[in-house]
Design a protein around this ligand. Sequence first.
Ligand SMILES: Cc1ncc(COP(=O)(O)O)c(C=O)c1O
Length: 372
Amino acid sequence: MRTETLSVHLGNEPDPATGAVAPPIHLATTFRHGPSGERIAGYEYQREGNPTNDRLRAALAALEGGEEALVFASGMAAMTTLLESMPNGARILIPDDCYTGLRMLCEEYLPQRGIAAIPVDMSDAEAVRAACAQPVALLWIETPSNPRMKISDLAVLADIGRAVGALVVADNTFATPMLQRPLALGADIVMHSTTKYFGGHSDVLGGALIFAKRDDLYAKTAHRLHITGASMAPFNAWLTLRGCRSLGARMAMHCANARRVAEFLASRPEIERVNWPGLPAHAGHAVAAKQMRDFGGMMSIELRDGREAALAMASKVRIFTNATSLGGCESLIEHRASVEGATPRSPQNLLRISVGLEHADDLIGDLRQALD
Ligand SMILES: Cc1ncc(COP(=O)(O)O)c(C=O)c1O
């Protein structure tokens, strides 16, 4: 079955007790057990597992082609829980362009355990190979990257990582399994901020790790999640499951709208660069075309006249909303450098755009009037 079909049905199987076509939400924090603690229906305590989260876990594992999935309170909780499994003193590689939260985690917390996170240009396989000359415990890939939309070759990097015994992790938040499946290309683990496209409506926070194998690392990460309490709330799991049902349709429209918007922006003299991998001029276009089914709804643009021009454009939009995050129905625009804390990495002339599900003509009209 195709991913679109799976996403409609997985985890959404009719409730066996009532036949309800939408799954029930189990909000219980605790489950009846026998006098000696024997589990009766497989569950004990919400933080350690519950039927609603299990539906979502099964759906995510199948969609990404993994044997297991764990769900977390947020994408950052998923990321943190996984990185906590790195031994003290480990050396890991992260993309030079990546979600700010990962960078901050690596700069502010991992050094306390002697873990060195080395930023590498992951769109340059030779740079990654060179960085692997010294021991590497983990290779973190984000493609397309946030916010510069750099493309890394998943199959090539997974080979490089495997050859040196590194765990290969791919943040698949921007692409979703509708467009790209990193486990099939050799990654060990896929990470998601389900807050974005899976949730799809800017109203539910969540994160996930999908494991290629039901292995020791999976078991240890599940235990760590249960003990540290980074679990997803069942209500959030239920909303995210609901998002799964329309993920295929939404992604198709996000991609189609993004193509129209990117082509329009590329035609404007005020824009120096449109970072959307579907454009043939994008440095990563060929690799993206090889490993993605379509190019996604995220892009960033760099304005020729710098920060002031970027801020002026962001202040004039009417349909786009100035807000952080991405993957919702509504189109968002954001001057990333303004929201990246004390040491922003994004260029001052960059605006990140999450293309939503409005009519493409209206979106283009809005951008046109903001530039004119
Ligand atoms: C690519 C990417 N990964 C991870 C995260 C973090 O996820 P969350 O906000 O759900 O903690 C984000 C958030 O913007 C993101 O864009």
